[in-house]
Design a protein around this ligand. Structure first.
Ligand code: GDP
Ligand code: MG
Length: 205
């Protein structure tokens, strides 16, 4: 079943970069994150090593701004956040605004980079660029966090209706008619015996 990205609860990785933390903007940014309907799944203050930042930003290795970027991100403690929301990856990118703070100020004056950034390098926040990057970046900091999209209750209900309901109702109906002493055991056996995906082996005489 295909799920619509706008309804899917995703996780994304956010950073409040060192200059924004040094300027004392972290509380204002966290408040805005909550106001915009994100759930903060995890947050930690970290001071990252050069090696770790080089690895995190490896896609930019070789670019002219790479050394400046590494120096910037290692210059002091930053805040690492895992955020969850429907369509979180795009929603967080929208909230932080364009990479270039001057552009952000003109086009998206309420974006976090417009409000709290100072230049194209010192732009206050990071956000994963797409769902694949989000998965990789969340795992980079928190290898044990599950990054699979979470279904809403109505999507879970739809999944059950489409894939299980008729099958289970058949079993439960039979169970109700037989009224076994231990209904759970009975149902477990019924499910195993009636598994529609069980391989059938034909034995030749
Ligand atoms: P992002 O995904 O919007 O953060 O932008 P990129 O992935 O392209 O770049 C990563 C970070 O490197 C940016 O957030 C900036 O801090 C910095 N950066 C990107 N492009 C430039 C640039 O052209 N010049 C400088 N000095 N820094 C840049
Ligand atoms: Mg990027």
């Amino acid at each position: 079943m295909e799920f619509d990205g706008r309804r899917e609860v995703q996780k994304t990785l956010a950073l409040i970069k060192p200059e924004a933390v040094a300027k004392g903007y972290e509380d204002a940014i966290m408040e805005r994150i909550i106001d915009e309907g994100f759930t903060i799944v995890r947050w930690d203050k970290m001071h990252l090593s050069q090696e770790k930042v080089q690895l995190f930003y490896r896609e930019h290795e070789g670019k002219s701004f790479f050394p400046t970027l590494i120096e910037y991100i290692t210059s002091g403690p930053l805040i690492v956040l895992v955020l969850a929301k429907h369509n979180a990856v795009q929603a967080w990118r929208d909230l932080i605004g364009p990479t270039d703070v001057e552009m952000a100020k003109i086009s998206f004056p309420r974006s976090l980079r417009a409000l709290y950034g100072t230049s194209k390098t010192y732009n206050a926040c990071h956000g994963s660029s797409d769902p694949e990057a989000a998965r990789r970046e969340v795992k980079f900091f928190y290898p044990n966090i599950n990054t699979d999209p979470i279904l809403t209750n109505s999507e879970a209900n739809q999944y059950i209706r489409e894939n299980l309901e008729q099958y289970l109702v058949d079993g439960l109906t039979k169970l109700a008619k037989e009224k076994p002493i231990n209904p759970v055991d009975w149902l477990a056996h019924w499910i195993l015996d009636n598994n529609p995906n069980r391989p059938r082996i034909e034995i030749e005489e």
